[in-house]
Ligand binder design. Structure first.
Ligand code: FES
Length: 119
């Protein structure tokens, strides 16, 4: 168990490690994100959390970045490193964006509008 002092954290990256995302290298994606954060010296800025299923299994491996609220699809270990670098520059990995956030999640393409409707 760990209790971090998270003061000064500017970003929170959630890395899905539900079963579908694990099948799509979710664990390796999490490792790549951690490695790149360390390489960039951004450990005090970016907090990460490995999660269970985020409900977008067809997008595996799913990564979500806050405070922007951007949902990414099909993140590979290589893309994960790029995602961290872009995130630190205030940019996005545009080709992999599924949802953006503007008071609510907004589909960035038709893909984000597909799936079961929540009641
Ligand atoms: S297992 Fe990752 S979204 Fe379902």
């Amino acid at each position: 168990m760990t209790t971090w002092n998270l003061q000064g954290t500017t970003s929170h990256i959630l890395i899905c490690n539900g079963s579908s995302c694990k099948k799509h290298k979710g664990e390796e994606v999490a490792e790549a994100i951690e490695e790149e954060i360390e390489k960039q010296g951004a450990q005090s800025l970016i907090h990460t959390t490995v999660t269970r299923c985020n409900g977008r299994c067809s997008d595996a491996c799913v990564v979500i970045a806050y405070p922007e609220g951007v949902w990414y699809k099909e993140i590979t270990p290589k893309l994960a490193k790029s995602l961290v670098r872009k995130h630190l520059q205030g940019e996005r990995l545009e080709e992999n964006v599924v949802y953006t956030y503007d008071g609510q999640l907004v589909a960035a393409s038709e893909r984000g509008a597909k799936g079961k409707k929540k009641k």
